[in-house]
Design a protein around this ligand. Sequence first.
Ligand code: ZN
Length: 360
Amino acid sequence: MMINKRQFLKSALVAGMAATQLPLAASAGSGYLKTNKKKWKHWVWINPNMNDKEDDLVTLYASYHEAGIRGIFFEADSEKHFRAAKKNKIEAHRWMWTMNRGEKELIASHPEWYSVNRNGDSCADRPPYVDYYRWLCPSREEVLQYLENDVRSILGKEYVDGIHLDYVRYCDVILPVRLWDNYGIEQNKELPDYDFCYCEVCREAFKKQKGLDPMAIVHPDQSLSWRRFRYNNITRIVNRLSAVAHEYKKPITAAVFPTPEVAKRIVRQDWTNWNLDAVCPMIYHGFYKEDVSWIGDAVAEGVRGIGGRFPMYAGLYLGDFKSTEEIKTGIELALQNGAAGVSVFGKLDPPILEILKSLA
Ligand SMILES: [Zn+2]
């Protein structure tokens, strides 16, 4: 997931708001993803531990199913994990890092595929913020084909039920405010070090469309066309990967930034307009120094933007919450505001499973 989620700990917050009625969530999509019309459908993000024993997994995932978990996004391929989930009637999807690709062979063989910032530095040898930030250039057809092949090889496996795109975006031109201290940067404006992609191919493609070299734009952060160009770049990639997934008659979903507005502004994701079967916005309130009530606001904004074209599962970061009670409030707010369920990042301890069960 985003760097923040992995590496930094939360600030904590105050809750509020009791939930009462839970309206039925909107759900549509292409039909490749089952939705649960009567009850919530919940998900969890898991990085499979290869030392896990299959019997233990089957028992563990039985407790997940009992709590309403109906899908797992696995960050790596592990047949025993996928099969243990499926034995419990839980869909097993592969969670894939999309544009952020640090494969050593790829960096060595195609350094030119990597994004270049406004200073001319490439992610191939000068990654921004952290060493694993190795963003590919989204304008290049070869990059697209590389990603399509990756999705094909994942979905060609019979035990993989779907594909889940993560890091399907540009590098954060602005980090979530909670992280500014970690890096000692004040990002009140779009700084050239973190502004991508100004490689030859991107510059040429934009020039062809607008007759203008993006390097010549005096205030690139204010250029609506240059922004639109970058939204479209990511949208094109998602839609091409979506077509591949649907060739396999399998659903495609994505983990995205928390609201349509934030996602476009800081990572150029125009996710309400993607051809997805479901979306999981990472509504991690702590990273934006927001309180729990903001989860409801964020869900409502996203659901309005999607307009019923596909369901939303609200991504919650357990580390952001101060107490079990707060987690309950966060989940209730997500469901009240139109989410079809939640997607949980963090350890599903028994008290969390109890909350999900109590809301079923
Ligand atoms: Zn480029």
